[in-house]
Design a protein around this ligand. Structure first.
Ligand code: CA
Length: 220
């Protein structure tokens, strides 16, 4: 089991990392929300443990972005003591469970194990559009049954368009969801769409000039 821990307080991060490692998890630790979102969005984790008070991008925004991108990674959020609003907002945004600081390490391990058991019963979430199958959990794409190699940016673009299929998505929206805070070159989205079209077929992504891009469900 591979877990991403996003926590900016070094002592807490170290304690959680140690407890998880001792229990047999493989743990990656990052210290800010931006990096946390990027890693969760581009790599395959079994779960995310996410502090809500984080530098660069707060934890709630990380949850919202991941769910907007159709990421189904189970998320356990860590909230400040007494902040019931944070708990409500965390669950509203798409977190699966929460734990209030300070907590016993045994409770964190028990909640995480319960979360993993719960989602383990679900089948892999797939988005299917025509001949395309996008496995949003394993970050894999198949076209007519053949695996397609995509870069992390190409995958994020495809997943976002597919999740928002049958709707025109503006360039600015794609920049925000695909690149995050790394401001890309002015023609980066066009270039990325062109690369993706070469891999998955030029008619899969439509252009609405002056408006944006759209992935349409093919007529049956
Ligand atoms: Ca914090």
């Amino acid at each position: 089991m591979r877990v991403l821990l996003v926590e900016d307080e070094p002592a807490i991060a170290r304690d959680i990392q140690q407890a998880l490692a001792d229990t047999g998890y493989v743990v990656d630790v990052v210290r800010d929300g931006e990096e946390g979102w990027f890693r969760a969005s581009t790599e395959d984790y079994d779960a995310l443990i996410l502090d809500l008070g984080l530098p660069k991008l707060d934890g709630l925004s990380v949850v919202r972005r991941l769910r907007d991108e159709a990421s189904t990674v189970p998320i356990l959020v860590l909230t400040a003591r007494g902040s019931w609003l944070q708990r409500v907002e965390g669950i509203d945004a798409g977190a699966d469970d929460y734990l209030t600081k300070p907590f016993e390490m045994e409770e964190l391990l028990a909640r995480l194990a319960a979360l993993l058991r719960r989602v383990g019963r679900h089948v892999t979430p797939l988005i299917e559009i025509g001949a395309l199958r996008i496995d949003t959990r394993r970050l894999r794409v198949m076209l007519n049954g053949r695996a397609i190699e995509l870069s992390p940016l190409e995958f994020r673009l495809l997943r976002y368009l597919a999740h928002n299929r049958d709707r025109v998505v503006a360039q600015s929206e794609l920049v925000e969801h695909v690149y995050g805070s790394d401001e890309p070159e002015s023609n980066a989205v066009e270039a990325l769409v062109a690369r993706l079209r070469r891999k998955i077929g030029s008619d899969t992504i439509g252009t609405r000039r002056g408006h944006g891009y759209i992935m349409e469900t093919p007529a049956p």
